[in-house]
Structures are given as C-alpha cells and as structure tokens.
Design a protein around this ligand. Structure first.
Ligand SMILES: [Zn+2]
Length: 499
C-alpha cells in the first residue's frame, strides 16, 4: 500500500477540522447559511495555513444537500460525487505549472455548462500569482461576467503580485499563521490516532519548527515518526531538524552575550566542523534568546509554556539571570534578521561569523542600555542639584512661559516666520532684562531688519508676563551655566564637543 503523508491523510474535510482560521470559517459559514455566496474569492496567506483545504471544503459545502452546521455532510449524493478526484464540478488548477493563457482558456472552456450534480461549479486556482499577464486578462474577462453557477477561489501566497483589476472583483480572505499551540494539539491528536509514542516537548519542537504552517509541521512530524521508529523524542526531532545540540548552542550563546569574541568564534568553528548549517544555527540562536527573554519575564512558567526540557532550561536560566533584556533582545534581533539575509547569500559562514562578532560587541540595544544608565545618573545629579538649592530651574520655566506668550503674540501679528525662528531660543530673565540668545545666522539676519526688532519689542511690551522688562539680544555663546556645565561634560563629554 502506498504511503499517504500525514498532511494528506489528516487534511480536514469539514470546517471544524480547520485550525487557526476561525475568522475565515465563521464568515464563510455565514455566507453559506444566508445563501449570500460570492462568485470570486481570493485566499491569501503563508503556505500550509489551510487555503486549499478551506477552498475544497467550501466547494463541497455550497453543493451539499444536507450541510451539517455549514460543513459538507459527506453522505449525500453531491458530497459523494464531489469526493471523487476527477469529478466535473470542482475544477482545480495549479497556476505554478499552468500559467499560460491557453491553460486558463482550457480551464474555463466548459464554464457555460451547468454543473453535473450540485448547484455550483467551483474553480480553484492555486498559486494564482504565477499566471502570465495574458492569462490574468483571460481570467479577468470571466470574472467580469461569470455564469450564475460558477465560483472562483483563487489562492496565493503573494497577494501583491495579483493585478488590482482581479483583486477588486474578489472577496479577500487573509489566512493567518497558525499558533504553535494549535499545531501541537493537532500533532498530539494525530500521534495518538496512529498510536505513536512521543515526548510532549518533542511535539512542541515540531510544531514550532513549522513556523505557523500546518503542512510544514506535519511533514516534519512525518519524518520524525519514521526516523524515531514509533517513539518521537526531543533528541530525535533535533536530529531530524539538523538543529544544534542545546548544550553547545547554549555555550555559544553564553560567549556571545558575554562579548567573548574568541570563545564565540571557536564554538562556531567547532559547530560548523560538525556540519551544522549556519542558517539553522542563526534560527536556533534567535529562538534561544527568545526563550531567555520568556524566562526573564515568566521564570518557571516559561519552561512549561515553551516545553523546554530540564537540562536546557537550567542553561537558559543562567543566561537570563546574567544578561539584561536589552542585551538579549539585541542579540535576538541580529540573528533573526540574519536568517533572512543568509537565504540569498553564498557567503553564509562569513555572514554568520560577522553577525556573531557584531552581537558580541553589542548593537544599538546595548548602547541604549548604556544611555539609559547615563540618563539615570543625570536624573540623580539633577535631583541632587535641586536639593542643594539650584533655584534656576523655576526661573527658566517662568522665562520660557513668558516667551511662549510673546511668540504667539508675534505670530498673531503676522510675524509667523520670525515667531517660529525664535520660538525655541534660549533666554534668561533678570530683574530688569529679558535676554534672548540669537540661535543661528538665519535668526540673526531677521533681527537685522529693524521692523522685525520693533515687532519683538512690541510683543514683549504687550505680554504681561514679561513684567515690562527690557529686551536684550545677545549672540548665543555662554549659555551653559557654570553650574550645569561640569555635569553635562561628565555625562556626555565623551560623545559631544562642548564649547
Ligand atoms: Zn452532503
């Protein structure tokens, strides 16, 4: 007997069997119940998320004589006839291999004929984005005036490649990535059904390796069942995945997080010598730091949530205790970004090593760490200053407030450009004077014009908060006060040039 893959064998034949697409199933069921059925649908989403399965269920459901809660009954004459692979009313085409205009013509050749058993002929076109321009045109003509008994379901992983003219005629459904938890549930159900033993964490590993695709996860499950000979273990799955030994991986992660470049490069060399694929390594590292982040936030709870085996958990917990969220997040980002880049490169190992070194030295995220620490120090210093009688702050606030009123007065008088140039200037207020520091050449030029200066004077005079002070313009130089300067220098001196 020929072997049928788990994916095919457990392909759902009712809406209830479809996992992770409740939003779509509900809408389609409502349409079926109300008889408000469209003539053209487009299903989009990552591969293995159920587009074709749902299309097939829907195709049978619209024809079923006694649907059960919206799903095809599987018992009536229509259901039985349409379950045959070569029936005349559900017509499937894979546009990946049939993308010419002739193929579309052939597909819709007999569209005018009534369906043989049920009410509708359903055309399912997979990978529809592969159609040539002329094929799309031919399809469009049909979509513009389809016979009442025809329904088109177009499926694609690349919605952006579908012409707008086609899209505008279709009801669009976006298939989501299926949550790991739901895929794991499904795998457990299947393993129980085919009487295969398994470790729970092995199933979670398979499910998460599927990356949201039920098909990928089930194909992997298939391989693991044969590889592990009826008892699917965590280690067995790791071997099938070609994934890294968790201990070695943890050692590499530790070197990277500690900024130990030598150690990291040595670990990479030995892992690569064992024949590890760097794309998988990158993926594993990104996942590892993701798990560390979970552990940082959830502790033991994460262990259950992610089904991390005991031995692996302890290593990750150490990393979690030692390193900051920002550090782990930064490293995770580097390696998850790398995964995509590796796909198109022939220099995979070099790219991987470069990323590891970059991660060792720390990225923006760890600089953020440093910056956050510096801001904290600054705040502390400010607080200390305030305590020690640093009275300037309130005075500055008052001057700023008064100046904002003045600027809006200027603006109201029609000097909007002048007002916006001067809005954020530095200023000082003494008992009798209001000092404005001219910030830049442009503002200086504006203030060379007498009418502008007069306007400012007038606005100041009209602003009660200015308390009748005289306006003095100064070039911006010695603004930083003698008190604040040492602090600023201490905090940022390494990075900025303070004059
Ligand atoms: Zn039926």
């Amino acid at each position: 007997m020929a072997y049928t893959s788990l994916y095919r064998r457990y392909r759902p034949d009712t809406f209830e069997g479809v996992i992770g697409q409740d939003h779509i199933v509900r809408t389609l069921k409502n349409q079926l119940a109300s008889g408000n059925i469209g003539h053209a649908y487009i299903f989009t989403g990552t591969r293995g998320t159920g587009k074709t399965s749902v299309a097939k269920i829907f195709a049978r459901a619209v024809n079923c004589m006694h649907p059960v809660d919206g799903s095809p009954c599987g018992e009536c004459d229509c259901c039985k006839e349409l379950a045959r692979p070569n029936n005349f009313d559900i017509i499937e085409m894979d546009a990946a291999s049939n993308n010419r205009v002739e193929d579309i013509r052939e597909l819709i050749d007999k569209i005018g004929f009534a369906p043989t058993v049920g009410k509708y002929k359903v055309y399912i076109v997979d990978e529809v984005h592969m159609l040539s321009a002329s094929a799309f045109n031919a399809l469009l003509k049909t979509l513009e005036e389809p016979p009442a008994h025809a329904i088109f379901i177009l499926a694609t992983t690349e919605i952006h490649k579908i012409p707008a003219t086609i899209l505008s005629r279709c009801l669009r459904f976006d298939f989501r990535l299926v949550p790991t938890k739901l895929i794991a549930e499904r795998i457990r159900f299947i393993f129980d059904d085919i009487q295969v033993k398994y470790q729970p964490e092995a199933v979670t590993l398979i499910a998460s390796a599927g990356g949201g695709s039920v098909r990928d996860a089930l194909s992997l499950a298939d391989m693991c069942v044969s590889y592990c000979d009826g008892n699917v273990t965590y280690d067995g799955v790791l071997e099938v995945l070609g994934a890294s030994d968790p201990e070695r991986l943890c050692a590499l992660a530790g070197c990277i997080a500690e900024g130990n470049v030598d150690g990291a490069l040595k670990e990479i060399a030995s892992l690569c010598d064992l024949g590890k694929n760097v794309s998988i390594l990158a993926n594993d590292l990104a996942n590892l730091f993701r798990n560390v982040l979970y552990i940082k936030h959830l502790g033991e709870e994460a262990k259950e949530m992610l089904s991390i085996p005991d031995g692996v958990y302890d290593g990750l917990k150490q990393l979690a205790d030692k390193h900051s969220v920002q550090r782990c997040l930064g490293i995770m980002k580097i390696f998850s970004k790398l995964e995509g880049e590796l796909r198109y490169s022939s220099q995979r190992r070099i790219l991987f090593e470069a990323a590891a070194v970059q991660a060792c030295y720390g990225d923006e995220a760890s600089r953020t760490d440093e910056l956050a620490a510096r801001v904290a120090r600054l705040e502390k210093a400010m607080a200390a200053l305030r305590k020690s009688g640093f009275e300037r702050t309130p005075a500055i606030m008052d001057a700023k407030q008064a100046w904002i009123h003045t600027a809006s007065r200027l603006n109201a008088k029609g000097y909007s450009l002048l007002a916006s140039c001067l809005r954020d200037v530095k200023m000082e207020m003494t008992e009798t004077e209001f000092v404005i520091y001219i910030p830049d050449v442009a503002s200086k030029k504006m203030l060379d014009v007498k009418s502008n200066v007069d306007a400012v004077m007038e606005a100041v005079a009209d602003t009660p908060e200015m308390g009748g002070r005289t306006v003095v313009f100064k070039e911006e130089t010695h603004v930083a006060s003698d008190v604040a300067l040492p602090f600023v220098r201490d905090m940022f001196g390494k990075y900025v040039d303070i004059k």
